[in-house]
Structures are given as C-alpha cells and as structure tokens.
Design a protein around this ligand. Sequence first.
Ligand code: BGC
Length: 424
Amino acid sequence: MRFPKGFLIGAATAAHQVEGNNIHSDYWAQEHMQFTSFNEPSGDACDHYHRFEEDIRLLAEAGLNAYRFSIEWARIEPQPGVFDENEIGHYRKVLLCCREHGVEPIVTMHHFTSPKWLIEQGGWEAEGTVEKFARYCRYVVEKLGDLMHYVCTINEANMGIQVAAIARRYTLLMQRKMKAEGQIQVGINLENPMMARMKQQAREHMQLFGTPQPQVFVAPRTPEGDLLVMKAHQAAKAAMKAVKPDLKIGITLSLHDIQPQPGGEAMAQKEWDEEFLHYLPYIREDDFFGLQNYTRTLMGPEGSLPVPEGAESTQMEYEFYPQALGHVIRTVHRSLPIPIMVTENGVAVADDERRVAFIEEALKGVQGCVEDGIPVLGYMYWSLLDNFEWQKGFSMTFGLVAVDRATQQRTPKGSLAFLGSFTR
Ligand code: BGC
C-alpha cells in the first residue's frame, strides 16, 4: 500500500484524556462529584503534560509524520478573561517538539472539555459562548500561530445531538418501564434508583455550576445549541483567519457508516441528515473537513439494529468494522468536495494483532479513495496512548502505546510501528 508524497499519517490525543490534572475544567469538577457518572477520575491521566517529549519522540521514531492534539481552553483561560502565559509557553514547547521531530501538528482548539466558568455562564446553550470561544482561539493563534498550519476548531461538533437522541430513547424506555411497574405496585411509592441518582446529581450540579443541568459540551443539545456550536465554529474561524489568513481551518464530526437494511432507507436518510448533511451550510467554505469514524450502523425501519449475530465487537461494544471508514469518506465527498482529513479512526481491543488488522483494512479503504481522486490529506489513528476514555475511565485500550499508570512507563505496541511503516 502506498500513499502520495506529503500524505499525513499520525495519531491523535486530546488534552484532558492524556495530560492530567486539568483542574480548571468542567470535567474535572464532574469527575469529583459524590454522585459522579464517571467510573474513575482522570487524575494525572498519562502525565502527557510532562512527558509529551517522550511521546512525540516515540511517534516520530516509529515513522509517523503527524500528531493531532488539543490545546486546553481551561488551562489557557482558567478564569474569564484571565489568560495564562505560562500555559501558552507549554504548548509552544509541544509545537516546537513536533517541528523538531519532523512531525506536522494538527491542533484542536476544543475537544469536549471547557473551562468550568464557561459552564457557570450557560455553557454550550448560551449565545455569549460564541464570542468567548472566538476570543480564546484568536489569543492562541496570536501567540502560537507561527507554528501552526492545521487547526480543528471543535471536536465532534455533532456529539451533543447524538447524546440528545440517546437521552430521548432512554427517557422513553424509562417511562414505559415506570408505567409497567405502576400497574403492579399499586399504591407503593417505589423510587427508581436511577431517578433518585439523577436527582442527587442535579443537586450537586446546582452547587458546582449554579444550574441543575450544566450545559457541558457532551450534554443533550437543543437544536438552538446545535446551531450555536456552528456559530462558534464560524466566529472562531474568522477570528483566527484575521490573525493568520493562511491557517488551514476545519471542524470535526463523528460519523457512522449508516447502512440501511430492508425498510430502513428513510430512517437512514433522516439519521445522515441529522449527523452530517444539515451542517453543510456552515462548513462548506472550510479549508478541510475533519472526519471521525469508528464503526457502522445498521438501520432498520424503527431505528438502529444491534450488532449482527456472530460479528466481532470491540471493548466499546460496537462492531469491529474497519471498512466503514472508506465508505464514509466516499459518502461525505459526494456532498462536501473539500479536502478531508481523517482526524480520528481507531479501535479499542486488548489484542494488538486485531488493531493491526483494523488499521490495515481502514487504510485500504483510504487508499482506494485517494486512487479515485478524493482529496484525503491524512489519517490520524485514535489514539497514540491508552488513555482516559471519559466516563468509562482507563479500561478502554485504543492506544498504539500502552501506559502503565502506576509508573507512567510507555510500551509501544506492534501497531505503532505498523502504522509508521506506511510513510516509507
Ligand atoms: C472522541 C475521543 C474518544 C474516542 C473514542 C471520539 O468520539 O473524540 O475523545 O476517546 O472517540 O471513543
């Protein structure tokens, strides 16, 4: 398998998932709640904040030529309007380290976590967030733009409406369940433990954020909030271009390879519209599109279908299906003919041989797209390190490099060298 000269092959991380001690962020606060939804707190994560040199060196020595990472807003602006020069200095070192190793940095300005104060001010449903995000992005580019070529404004901008859809399905299920219970337990005031927990969480949220339903980025998004995220992208793009006009700027979306099954065609179309098509007016003029894909969705007439009988599953419990990536690139290209950067694609498995197989199959798909003339700029595997998989904690192993969290020792897996071999 060969890729054109200049094709980027790299790995991705996100600040909160690897750096450690992101103490001014909304997630840090939520992880430490008494009634938290997190399996464990992020703590010092992979201590990438102090060990980034070793991590970038490992990546470069294996042959990878790009590194996608995020700058943490909560570090840069820990209090509203108060910017921390020392943290800018830190990310300057990270960017310089990439350059010294011949690695192209792809910088994400927002990857799920926000400063806690932003959420206290209404978070991702408040109009004011648009200007605040643009101000932060402009500041970063003023200070660090000389070392940056590629910037993703917002990671998986469509995550909020995906969460909203899950929340709707869940509420419906709960309502049905409670109705059924009500029929049997007449006159008994039995409190559902899940509901009780949610009430306790709401009380704690009130204390922490001044609202029972903090609008963190990965919270159920309203259609207005969804639009606000697009406005934030556009405002940030304009603010950064004003400082550095030739900066290549895009957004990233989480996309499934939606495959309609008999009778599921209309549902599949509706889902694709919600997941992707309705964003087109806001991203059409971008310099590139950040495509993120992990698996496929089989769509029946009532909605998504379970993983087929006998199919291989990943630790995340979705299907091991690397062919999805090539399919999604083709589908996206049909309605968005701008350059595509695969900003995430990966698999959580214990057996690294399966990761190698996944990468090989996914890259075959990418190569086919390139051969057919689709402008694909690069492929970033998720993730460089085994890291903090949000509410699921450290148990998911997506990494090309294993991390012993007791000693913070790094052990490259075979898949790291395998991925690196494609740049030669
Ligand atoms: C996110 C990552 C996450 C990965 C694996 C993506 O949705 O951008 O932060 O760790 O998927 O679940």
